[in-house]
Design a protein around this ligand. Structure first.
Ligand code: HEC
Length: 135
């Protein structure tokens, strides 16, 4: 009767490690989702559809959740800061869109873009196969 016990232990270890750490694959899944929301944001802005801007900005915020820890675990303080900046800007963006404040929408959109770009320049690599990686 050792097996069920073993599975229980393995299951506990697995759920523990999933709860504690965000691995690179999970991070990439979130980045892809953020990229989709960014595409949605550009369309929504062009169409001046503030409800859609707000929805996609919230999608960015949601997907950034937990990713600061990924950088903290790596000891990359700049990554933690870029995550905070991007998260703050995406929240500001949703609020500005909810308020239909075009100037604030523009300002928070560029603050958000700067945080994405800053982190990509510092921590993103692009291989010859066009795939992104970490540095
Ligand atoms: C704190 C760092 C950091 C921030 C902030 C950040 N990114 Fe990234 N992003 C990365 C890294 C590292 C990669 C490369 C590894 C990967 O693909 O997951 C990446 C990859 C991506 C990819 C490619 C995913 C793939 O592999 O196909 C997209 C799209 C993307 N980011 C969009 C964004 C957008 C949009 C923002 C801002 C709203 C943003 N990122 C903010 C670090 C960051």
């Amino acid at each position: 009767m050792k097996r069920p016990f073993l599975f229980a232990v393995l299951g506990a270890i697995l759920s523990l490690s999933l709860g504690l750490a965000l691995d690179e694959q999970e991070f990439t899944t979130k980045m892809k989702a953020i990229g989709d929301h960014m595409g949605g944001l550009k369309k929504a802005l062009a169409a001046k559809d503030m409800a859609a801007v707000s929805m996609h900005a919230k999608g960015v915020t949601d997907n950034l959740k937990g990713t600061g820890k990924f950088w903290k675990d790596k000891g990359a303080d700049d990554g933690v800061k870029f995550t905070k900046d991007a998260s703050k800007a995406s929240k500001d963006l949703a609020k500005a869109a909810d308020d239909s404040n075009a100037d604030e929408v523009k300002a928070s959109m560029s603050a958000m873009g700067a945080a994405c770009k800053g982190c990509h320049e510092a921590h993103r690599t692009k291989g010859p196969d066009g795939k992104y990686g970490f540095k």
